[in-house]
Design a protein around this ligand. Structure first.
Ligand code: DOR
Ligand code: ZN
Length: 346
């Protein structure tokens, strides 16, 4: 018997679309299923000012397939030189929905990020006043901190002090990977939420390292031990509105992943909804899927729910291309390592 599940059309609250040929190749993969996405600003050079974001938004809209209804929710990349007035103007015009904080050096294209958090205080205070969300890449970059501990240390050393010093600042702790992140967000006062990626619900660090190095499972924050994955999975399937989907789908061409110094990022845009339906079903939580992908995010950002729906249908095994082609080279699609049975029907 076919099983179907109709849900409001989902949104992706953390997405990398890149630019140029890569943008043209990956945007349709997201626009097929998602109504909106928070667009990461870590281009080279980064999207720093309101005028950068207007120009990038135009390039995204031009790259959309004919007839696609997709709204890019733009962000600015926070630097130590960011002008609070420019941020406030970009917010007032409706252009941006968030500002992104990368600790300098934490991940791909983060060299222009923040080293001295005191330097961004005026921007953060202005954001708290106007109700603009700060999206945070939550890892310290101190070389003496083990890479598997960097998220937990970030909470203590940076996130908690910043939130205490800036009452009213709305924060999304992005792509959490630890039980520490889950507990911190679940236990905090209002105004804090977390995104969880598809891949961190599926893989732990063994997937990356056992039986050889698997570069397509390498991303940042790096996947942690199994107990952390289970905590993420419990949070995502719990129905707690503080947790919602941000895929962090981050395309890199294969030669840059399968490399002596491979790039971080899993490309999940193509099969995310099938993977999520499978894992929510495995956990007996299909009734919580719509909250995670379609309801909790808009509630946190104060945006309307999508009016249209998508239908998921369970049947024979579904297959997706293992790679998508771009004019820059092939991009490998995330392999969850288990068969998928839920397809999106139109
Ligand atoms: O795995 C990741 N890839 N994590 C990030 O934070 C950045 C992203 C990218 O831009 O490739
Ligand atoms: Zn990201």
């Amino acid at each position: 018997m076919t099983k179907t599940l109709a849900i409001r059309r989902p949104d992706d609250w953390h997405l990398h679309l890149r630019d140029g040929a890569m943008l043209r190749a990956v945007l349709p993969e997201t626009a097929r299923h998602f109504a909106r996405a928070i667009i990461m600003p870590n281009l080279v050079p980064p999207v720093v000012t309101g005028s950068d974001a207007w120009a990038y938004r135009d390039r995204i809209l031009k790259a959309l397939p004919e007839g696609a209804a997709f709204e890019p929710l733009m962000t600015l990349y926070l630097t130590e030189d960011t002008d609070p007035a420019d941020v406030a103007a970009a917010h007032a015009s409706g252009l941006i929905r968030a500002v992104k904080l990368y600790p300098a050096g934490a991940t791909t294209n983060s060299a222009s990020g923040v080293r001295d958090f005191d330097k961004v205080r005026p921007v953060l205070e202005r954001m708290a006043e106007i109700g603009l969300t700060l999206c945070v890449h939550g890892e310290v970059t101190d070389p003496s901190v083990d890479i598997f501990d960097r998220e937990a240390v970030f909470i203590d050393r940076v996130l908690d002090p910043v939130r205490r010093a800036t009452p009213g600042l709305r924060v999304v702790m992005e792509h959490i990977t630890t039980k520490d992140g889950v507990d911190y967000v679940a236990g905090a006062s209002d105004g804090l939420a977390a995104t969880i990626t598809t891949h961190h619900l599926v893989i732990n660090r063994n997937h990356i390292l056992v039986g050889g190095i698997h570069p397509h499972y390498y991303c940042l924050p790096v996947a942690k031990r199994e107990s952390h994955r289970l905590a993420l999975r419990a949070a995502a399937t719990s129905g707690n509105s503080r947790f919602f989907l941000g895929t962090d789908s981050a395309p890199h061409i294969d030669p840059l992943k399968e490399n002596a110094c491979g790039c971080a990022g899993c490309f999940t845009a193509t099969n995310t909804l099938s993977v999520l339906a499978e894992i929510f079903e495995q956990d007996g939580a299909l009734d919580k899927l719509e909250g995670f992908v379609s309801l909790h995010g808009p509630a946190f950002y104060g945006l309307p729910l999508n009016e249209t729906t998508v239908t998921l249908e369970k049947g024979d095994q579904v297959s997706y291309p293992t790679k998508i082609d771009t004019a820059d080279g092939p991009v490998t699609v995330f392999d969850p390592g288990f068969p998928l049975h839920w397809r999106v029907v139109y």
